[in-house]
Design a protein around this ligand. Structure first.
Ligand code: KG4
Ligand code: ZN
Length: 342
Protein backbone atom coordinates (compact mmCIF):
# COMPACT_ATOMS: atom_id res chain seq x y z
CA UNK A 1 0.00 0.00 0.00
CA UNK A 2 1.44 3.39 -1.03
CA UNK A 3 0.44 6.48 0.92
CA UNK A 4 1.14 10.10 0.07
CA UNK A 5 1.62 12.19 3.22
CA UNK A 6 1.24 15.96 3.49
CA UNK A 7 2.24 18.04 6.53
CA UNK A 8 1.88 21.82 6.66
CA UNK A 9 0.92 22.53 10.28
CA UNK A 10 3.57 25.15 11.01
CA UNK A 11 6.63 26.39 9.13
CA UNK A 12 7.57 23.20 7.28
CA UNK A 13 6.02 22.25 3.95
CA UNK A 14 6.47 18.50 3.74
CA UNK A 15 5.42 15.77 1.34
CA UNK A 16 6.35 12.09 1.59
CA UNK A 17 5.58 8.79 -0.05
CA UNK A 18 5.70 5.63 2.02
CA UNK A 19 5.17 1.97 1.28
CA UNK A 20 3.38 -0.05 3.94
CA UNK A 21 3.62 -3.80 4.09
CA UNK A 22 2.42 -5.90 7.04
CA UNK A 23 4.11 -4.29 10.03
CA UNK A 24 6.68 -2.36 8.01
CA UNK A 25 6.69 1.12 6.61
CA UNK A 26 9.51 2.10 4.24
CA UNK A 27 10.30 5.55 2.92
CA UNK A 28 10.11 6.20 -0.81
CA UNK A 29 10.44 9.98 -0.63
CA UNK A 30 10.59 12.48 2.19
CA UNK A 31 10.74 16.09 1.00
CA UNK A 32 10.63 19.28 2.93
CA UNK A 33 10.91 23.03 2.50
CA UNK A 34 11.17 25.25 5.54
CA UNK A 35 10.63 28.94 6.17
CA UNK A 36 12.66 28.72 9.39
CA UNK A 37 15.28 31.26 8.26
CA UNK A 38 12.54 33.87 7.86
CA UNK A 39 11.26 33.23 11.38
CA UNK A 40 14.76 33.30 12.87
CA UNK A 41 14.89 36.96 11.81
CA UNK A 42 11.73 37.83 13.75
CA UNK A 43 12.55 35.61 16.76
CA UNK A 44 9.44 33.48 16.27
CA UNK A 45 6.78 32.47 13.80
CA UNK A 46 4.36 35.03 12.36
CA UNK A 47 1.41 32.81 11.33
CA UNK A 48 0.41 34.92 8.32
CA UNK A 49 3.94 34.77 6.95
CA UNK A 50 4.19 30.99 7.57
CA UNK A 51 0.94 30.42 5.64
CA UNK A 52 2.14 32.48 2.68
CA UNK A 53 5.32 30.41 2.56
CA UNK A 54 3.25 27.20 2.59
CA UNK A 55 1.37 28.40 -0.50
CA UNK A 56 4.68 29.10 -2.22
CA UNK A 57 6.23 25.72 -1.47
CA UNK A 58 3.49 23.10 -1.53
CA UNK A 59 3.41 22.27 -5.24
CA UNK A 60 7.20 22.37 -5.81
CA UNK A 61 7.70 20.04 -2.82
CA UNK A 62 4.99 17.68 -4.07
CA UNK A 63 6.59 17.64 -7.53
CA UNK A 64 9.98 17.01 -5.99
CA UNK A 65 8.69 14.06 -3.95
CA UNK A 66 7.08 12.45 -6.99
CA UNK A 67 10.18 12.96 -9.14
CA UNK A 68 12.37 11.31 -6.50
CA UNK A 69 10.30 8.15 -6.67
CA UNK A 70 9.86 8.21 -10.41
CA UNK A 71 6.07 8.37 -10.03
CA UNK A 72 4.51 10.69 -12.60
CA UNK A 73 0.91 10.24 -11.58
CA UNK A 74 -1.02 9.76 -8.37
CA UNK A 75 -3.26 7.16 -10.07
CA UNK A 76 -1.25 4.33 -8.51
CA UNK A 77 -1.23 5.45 -4.87
CA UNK A 78 -3.74 4.07 -2.36
CA UNK A 79 -4.53 7.00 -0.08
CA UNK A 80 -3.63 10.56 0.83
CA UNK A 81 -2.82 11.36 4.46
CA UNK A 82 -2.82 14.92 5.69
CA UNK A 83 -2.31 16.72 9.01
CA UNK A 84 -5.62 18.30 10.05
CA UNK A 85 -4.34 19.76 13.36
CA UNK A 86 -3.20 20.95 15.80
CA UNK A 87 -1.26 23.77 14.21
CA UNK A 88 -1.52 27.20 12.65
CA UNK A 89 -4.83 27.36 10.81
CA UNK A 90 -3.55 29.26 7.77
CA UNK A 91 -0.71 26.79 7.31
CA UNK A 92 -2.93 23.74 7.90
CA UNK A 93 -5.45 24.88 5.30
CA UNK A 94 -2.83 24.81 2.56
CA UNK A 95 -2.08 21.11 3.19
CA UNK A 96 -5.71 20.11 3.75
CA UNK A 97 -6.98 21.85 0.62
CA UNK A 98 -4.15 20.38 -1.46
CA UNK A 99 -4.95 16.89 -0.13
CA UNK A 100 -8.68 17.35 -0.79
CA UNK A 101 -8.04 18.52 -4.34
CA UNK A 102 -5.73 15.59 -5.11
CA UNK A 103 -8.18 13.15 -3.50
CA UNK A 104 -11.00 14.58 -5.62
CA UNK A 105 -9.08 14.59 -8.89
CA UNK A 106 -7.59 11.09 -8.47
CA UNK A 107 -10.54 9.65 -6.57
CA UNK A 108 -8.47 8.55 -3.56
CA UNK A 109 -9.44 8.18 0.11
CA UNK A 110 -8.18 10.94 2.39
CA UNK A 111 -6.89 10.11 5.88
CA UNK A 112 -6.83 13.01 8.35
CA UNK A 113 -3.99 12.64 10.85
CA UNK A 114 -3.45 14.40 14.15
CA UNK A 115 -0.01 16.01 14.11
CA UNK A 116 0.97 14.64 17.55
CA UNK A 117 -0.07 11.12 16.56
CA UNK A 118 2.09 11.62 13.48
CA UNK A 119 5.11 12.39 15.67
CA UNK A 120 4.64 9.10 17.56
CA UNK A 121 4.46 7.13 14.29
CA UNK A 122 7.84 8.40 13.12
CA UNK A 123 9.05 5.55 15.34
CA UNK A 124 7.32 2.95 13.17
CA UNK A 125 9.24 3.88 10.02
CA UNK A 126 11.45 0.90 9.41
CA UNK A 127 15.19 1.01 9.77
CA UNK A 128 15.53 -2.73 10.24
CA UNK A 129 15.58 -1.90 13.90
CA UNK A 130 15.66 -4.65 16.50
CA UNK A 131 14.07 -5.31 18.93
CA UNK A 132 10.50 -4.84 17.84
CA UNK A 133 8.22 -2.24 19.41
CA UNK A 134 5.87 -3.91 21.91
CA UNK A 135 2.42 -2.83 23.11
CA UNK A 136 1.40 -1.57 25.61
CA UNK A 137 3.92 1.22 25.22
CA UNK A 138 4.57 4.74 26.36
CA UNK A 139 4.80 7.49 23.78
CA UNK A 140 6.47 10.72 24.79
CA UNK A 141 5.90 13.65 22.45
CA UNK A 142 8.23 16.54 23.20
CA UNK A 143 7.92 19.33 20.66
CA UNK A 144 7.59 23.08 20.39
CA UNK A 145 3.90 22.95 21.24
CA UNK A 146 3.47 19.77 23.29
CA UNK A 147 4.90 17.72 26.11
CA UNK A 148 2.60 14.71 26.20
CA UNK A 149 3.04 11.35 27.88
CA UNK A 150 0.69 8.80 26.33
CA UNK A 151 -0.14 5.21 27.12
CA UNK A 152 -0.75 3.30 23.90
CA UNK A 153 -2.38 -0.12 24.15
CA UNK A 154 -2.59 -0.65 20.40
CA UNK A 155 -2.42 1.28 17.15
CA UNK A 156 -4.64 4.35 17.42
CA UNK A 157 -5.45 3.66 21.10
CA UNK A 158 -4.09 6.57 23.12
CA UNK A 159 -4.57 7.49 26.76
CA UNK A 160 -3.07 10.79 27.86
CA UNK A 161 -1.26 10.25 31.19
CA UNK A 162 -0.08 13.83 31.43
CA UNK A 163 0.69 16.93 29.44
CA UNK A 164 2.20 20.27 30.22
CA UNK A 165 0.40 22.76 32.43
CA UNK A 166 2.09 25.70 30.74
CA UNK A 167 5.07 25.80 28.37
CA UNK A 168 6.04 22.77 26.29
CA UNK A 169 9.61 21.47 26.57
CA UNK A 170 10.61 22.85 23.16
CA UNK A 171 8.95 26.17 23.99
CA UNK A 172 11.03 26.34 27.19
CA UNK A 173 14.21 25.74 25.15
CA UNK A 174 13.15 28.46 22.70
CA UNK A 175 12.12 31.07 25.29
CA UNK A 176 15.18 30.51 27.47
CA UNK A 177 17.32 30.62 24.33
CA UNK A 178 15.87 34.01 23.55
CA UNK A 179 16.90 35.27 27.01
CA UNK A 180 20.42 34.05 26.23
CA UNK A 181 20.43 35.93 22.92
CA UNK A 182 20.08 32.82 20.72
CA UNK A 183 18.03 32.72 17.55
CA UNK A 184 14.82 30.73 17.00
CA UNK A 185 14.47 27.75 17.34
CA UNK A 186 16.97 27.66 20.21
CA UNK A 187 16.83 23.93 21.12
CA UNK A 188 19.63 22.78 18.79
CA UNK A 189 21.81 25.76 19.76
CA UNK A 190 21.31 25.16 23.50
CA UNK A 191 22.31 21.53 22.94
CA UNK A 192 25.50 22.63 21.15
CA UNK A 193 26.44 25.22 23.82
CA UNK A 194 25.57 22.88 26.70
CA UNK A 195 28.30 20.46 25.60
CA UNK A 196 30.88 22.97 26.85
CA UNK A 197 28.88 24.15 29.85
CA UNK A 198 29.79 23.53 33.48
CA UNK A 199 27.07 21.29 34.97
CA UNK A 200 27.78 22.54 38.51
CA UNK A 201 27.78 26.32 38.12
CA UNK A 202 23.99 26.79 38.04
CA UNK A 203 21.16 24.56 39.20
CA UNK A 204 17.59 25.25 38.15
CA UNK A 205 14.38 23.81 39.64
CA UNK A 206 12.93 20.50 38.42
CA UNK A 207 9.22 21.41 38.35
CA UNK A 208 6.69 18.79 39.54
CA UNK A 209 9.44 16.16 39.68
CA UNK A 210 8.45 14.76 43.05
CA UNK A 211 4.72 15.29 42.79
CA UNK A 212 2.37 12.45 42.14
CA UNK A 213 1.39 13.48 38.64
CA UNK A 214 2.52 12.86 35.07
CA UNK A 215 1.90 16.48 34.21
CA UNK A 216 4.79 18.79 33.38
CA UNK A 217 5.42 22.48 33.98
CA UNK A 218 8.30 24.48 32.56
CA UNK A 219 7.29 28.09 33.19
CA UNK A 220 8.93 28.09 36.66
CA UNK A 221 12.20 27.01 35.07
CA UNK A 222 11.91 29.88 32.61
CA UNK A 223 11.41 32.34 35.49
CA UNK A 224 14.38 30.90 37.38
CA UNK A 225 16.66 31.35 34.36
CA UNK A 226 15.35 34.87 33.81
CA UNK A 227 16.11 35.73 37.44
CA UNK A 228 19.65 34.41 37.07
CA UNK A 229 20.18 36.25 33.78
CA UNK A 230 18.87 39.53 35.26
CA UNK A 231 21.13 39.07 38.25
CA UNK A 232 24.17 38.44 36.04
CA UNK A 233 23.29 41.40 33.84
CA UNK A 234 23.32 43.77 36.81
CA UNK A 235 26.80 42.60 37.67
CA UNK A 236 28.18 42.75 34.14
CA UNK A 237 26.90 44.55 31.11
CA UNK A 238 26.69 41.46 28.91
CA UNK A 239 26.74 37.71 29.42
CA UNK A 240 30.07 36.18 28.45
CA UNK A 241 30.13 33.08 26.25
CA UNK A 242 31.12 30.67 29.04
CA UNK A 243 28.23 31.92 31.20
CA UNK A 244 25.83 31.35 28.29
CA UNK A 245 27.22 27.80 27.92
CA UNK A 246 26.82 27.15 31.66
CA UNK A 247 23.24 28.47 31.64
CA UNK A 248 22.47 26.34 28.56
CA UNK A 249 23.84 23.26 30.34
CA UNK A 250 21.81 23.88 33.50
CA UNK A 251 18.66 24.48 31.45
CA UNK A 252 19.10 21.32 29.40
CA UNK A 253 19.90 19.23 32.50
CA UNK A 254 16.75 20.42 34.28
CA UNK A 255 14.45 19.73 31.32
CA UNK A 256 15.99 16.32 30.60
CA UNK A 257 15.87 15.12 34.20
CA UNK A 258 12.19 15.92 34.63
CA UNK A 259 11.20 14.32 31.33
CA UNK A 260 13.18 11.13 31.89
CA UNK A 261 12.26 10.53 35.55
CA UNK A 262 8.55 11.04 34.96
CA UNK A 263 8.51 8.85 31.87
CA UNK A 264 10.40 6.01 33.54
CA UNK A 265 8.15 6.22 36.60
CA UNK A 266 5.11 5.83 34.33
CA UNK A 267 6.82 2.91 32.56
CA UNK A 268 7.25 1.14 35.89
CA UNK A 269 3.68 1.80 36.98
CA UNK A 270 2.20 0.49 33.72
CA UNK A 271 4.70 -2.38 33.22
CA UNK A 272 5.91 -1.03 29.91
CA UNK A 273 8.60 -2.61 27.73
CA UNK A 274 8.83 0.01 24.94
CA UNK A 275 9.11 3.79 25.17
CA UNK A 276 8.86 5.83 21.98
CA UNK A 277 10.42 9.29 21.96
CA UNK A 278 9.25 11.80 19.38
CA UNK A 279 8.95 15.48 18.50
CA UNK A 280 11.68 18.03 17.86
CA UNK A 281 13.17 17.84 21.37
CA UNK A 282 13.72 14.09 20.89
CA UNK A 283 16.47 15.07 18.42
CA UNK A 284 18.48 16.18 21.46
CA UNK A 285 21.40 13.75 21.78
CA UNK A 286 21.84 14.29 25.53
CA UNK A 287 18.17 13.43 26.09
CA UNK A 288 18.51 10.28 23.97
CA UNK A 289 21.67 9.15 25.74
CA UNK A 290 20.36 9.84 29.24
CA UNK A 291 17.17 7.94 28.42
CA UNK A 292 19.23 4.92 27.31
CA UNK A 293 21.37 4.99 30.46
CA UNK A 294 18.47 5.34 32.88
CA UNK A 295 16.19 2.88 31.06
CA UNK A 296 18.80 0.11 31.15
CA UNK A 297 18.23 -0.09 34.92
CA UNK A 298 14.61 -1.13 34.46
CA UNK A 299 14.59 -3.37 31.36
CA UNK A 300 12.71 -1.06 29.05
CA UNK A 301 13.74 -0.36 25.45
CA UNK A 302 13.94 3.21 24.21
CA UNK A 303 13.03 3.91 20.59
CA UNK A 304 13.66 7.23 18.87
CA UNK A 305 13.28 8.15 15.21
CA UNK A 306 16.32 9.26 13.21
CA UNK A 307 16.86 12.94 13.99
CA UNK A 308 15.39 14.27 10.75
CA UNK A 309 12.17 12.38 11.54
CA UNK A 310 11.91 13.90 15.05
CA UNK A 311 11.18 17.38 13.74
CA UNK A 312 8.16 18.00 11.50
CA UNK A 313 7.96 15.84 8.36
CA UNK A 314 5.31 14.19 6.19
CA UNK A 315 6.66 10.61 6.42
CA UNK A 316 5.40 10.38 10.02
CA UNK A 317 1.92 11.50 8.87
CA UNK A 318 1.81 8.82 6.17
CA UNK A 319 3.10 6.23 8.66
CA UNK A 320 0.36 7.09 11.17
CA UNK A 321 -2.20 6.80 8.39
CA UNK A 322 -0.90 3.39 7.33
CA UNK A 323 -0.99 1.80 10.78
CA UNK A 324 -4.46 3.11 11.49
CA UNK A 325 -5.88 2.31 8.07
CA UNK A 326 -4.30 -1.06 7.53
CA UNK A 327 -4.27 -3.76 8.81
CA UNK A 328 -6.75 -2.44 11.39
CA UNK A 329 -9.67 -0.97 9.41
CA UNK A 330 -9.73 2.73 10.07
CA UNK A 331 -13.04 3.82 11.51
CA UNK A 332 -14.21 6.36 8.95
CA UNK A 333 -11.76 7.64 6.42
CA UNK A 334 -13.34 10.94 5.55
CA UNK A 335 -15.11 11.61 8.82
CA UNK A 336 -14.49 12.42 12.46
CA UNK A 337 -10.88 13.47 12.96
CA UNK A 338 -11.52 13.41 16.71
CA UNK A 339 -11.27 9.61 16.56
CA UNK A 340 -7.69 10.16 17.58
CA UNK A 341 -6.94 12.12 20.70
CA UNK A 342 -6.79 15.80 21.30
O1 KG4 B 1 8.31 18.78 16.52
P1 KG4 B 1 8.82 20.10 16.09
O2 KG4 B 1 9.70 20.15 14.86
O3 KG4 B 1 7.68 21.11 15.84
C1 KG4 B 1 6.52 21.16 16.64
O4 KG4 B 1 5.58 20.38 16.34
O5 KG4 B 1 6.54 21.94 17.60
O6 KG4 B 1 9.62 20.69 17.36
C2 KG4 B 1 10.26 21.93 17.33
C3 KG4 B 1 10.87 22.16 18.71
C4 KG4 B 1 11.47 23.56 18.88
O7 KG4 B 1 10.99 24.10 20.09
C5 KG4 B 1 12.97 23.30 18.94
O8 KG4 B 1 13.68 24.23 19.73
C6 KG4 B 1 13.03 21.91 19.54
O9 KG4 B 1 11.92 21.23 18.95
N1 KG4 B 1 14.26 21.21 19.19
C7 KG4 B 1 15.19 20.86 20.11
C8 KG4 B 1 16.25 20.25 19.37
N2 KG4 B 1 15.91 20.24 18.05
C9 KG4 B 1 14.69 20.84 17.95
N3 KG4 B 1 15.23 21.00 21.44
C10 KG4 B 1 16.32 20.55 22.08
N4 KG4 B 1 17.38 19.97 21.46
C11 KG4 B 1 17.38 19.80 20.12
N5 KG4 B 1 18.42 19.23 19.51
ZN1 ZN C 1 5.66 18.84 15.33
Amino acid sequence: MTILGIETSCDETAVALIEGNENRVTLKANMLATSLALHAKTGGIIPEQAAREQIKYILPVLKNALETTGIDTLETIDAIAVTYGPGLIGSLLVGVETAKTLAFVFNKPIIPVNHMVGHVYANFISENKKPVIQFPLLALVVSGGHTDLLLMKNHGDFQLLGGTRDDAAGEAFDKIGRMLGLSYPAGPEIERLAKEGDPKRFRFPRPLLHENTYEFSFSGLKTAVLREVTNLHTNRSKLDLQTIKDLARATQDAIIEVIIKKTLKAAKEHTIKSILLSGGVAANQALREQFEINASKQAVTIFAPTKNLCTDNAAMIASAAYFNFHPIPWKGITTDPELYFE
